[in-house]
Design a protein around this ligand. Structure first.
Ligand SMILES: O=P(O)(O)OC[C@H]1O[C@H](OP(=O)(O)OP(=O)(O)O)[C@H](O)[C@@H]1O
Ligand SMILES: O=c1cc[nH]c(=O)[nH]1
Ligand SMILES: [Mg+2]
Length: 209
């Protein structure tokens, strides 16, 4: 079963509080999501392999470390996942970005895929699926199946807020996928929204409500 990592770094938790706050406007919401994504990138890359390199410092020749060249693919689930891309790219600038378009029917809560465009070598890349919200888990579940169908082999899922229901779906359907969250919330309400949550992530990012 995939591990669930709740990234409880104080800076992440502090910023998440203002992301949740209903008084936070679109501009600030977008900036905070960007910042938290960068902080989460710092944590999610913690186990990336290093290799030794000989470096001449101004003082002497030294054996130092550089990243061992792990190839990364960032896969935002449109729309709301887009809000996490730039923050991640700040720390992993060589990552390629693939897009999966998915919307959740507000009545049935069923996800519908409407767009897929991926780097050609996804089978060689460590893919990080990005979406602020893991609610019923339907969207992330379908997006991960869609990636696997196209050859993906290594996938992690990174969300700001997860519900236990969504976590369970991913753990059951994709035991090979580790989940990284800034918070694991209480539950879903009757409309399929995470509570306490942060509301509709896409609408808050792009000011569409
Ligand atoms: O876990 P689930 O129950 O599938 O719900 C989560 C999904 O719902 C939201 O997207 P939405 O469908 O609102 O699309 P948007 O990002 O375009 O607003 C959110 O960004 C996730 O993709
Ligand atoms: O709480 C939720 C659930 C699904 N999508 C959102 O944007 N928010
Ligand atoms: Mg939305």
């Amino acid at each position: 079963m995939g591990n669930v990592h709740v990234l409880d770094h104080p800076l992440i938790q502090h910023k998440l509080t203002y992301i949740r706050d209903k008084h936070t406007g679109t501009k600030e919401f977008r900036e905070l999501v960007d910042e938290v994504a960068a902080l989460m990138a710092f944590e999610i890359t913690r186990n990336f392999p290093l290799q030794e390199k000989t470096t001449e410092t101004p003082m002497m020749e030294a054996t130092t470390n550089v990243l061992a060249g792990k190839k990364v693919g960032l896969i935002p689930i449109l729309r709301a996942g887009l809000g996490m891309v730039d923050g991640m790219l700040n720390l992993i600038p060589a990552a390629r970005v693939g897009h999966v378009g998915m919307y959740r029917d507000p009545e049935t809560l069923t996800p519908h895929e409407y767009y897929v465009k991926l780097p050609s070598d996804i089978e060689e890349r460590e893919l990080i699926v990005l979406d602020p919200m893991l609610a019923t888990g339907g969207s992330a579940n379908d997006a991960i199946y869609s990636l696997k169908k196209r050859g993906a082999r290594q996938i992690r899922l990174m969300c700001l807020v997860g519900a236990p229901e969504g976590v369970e779906v991913i753990q059951n359907e994709h035991p090979d996928v580790d989940i990284f969250l800034a918070a694991l919330d209480e539950r879903l309400n009757d409309d399929g929204f995470i509570v306490p949550g942060l509301g509709d992530a896409g609408d808050r990012l792009y000011g569409t409500k």
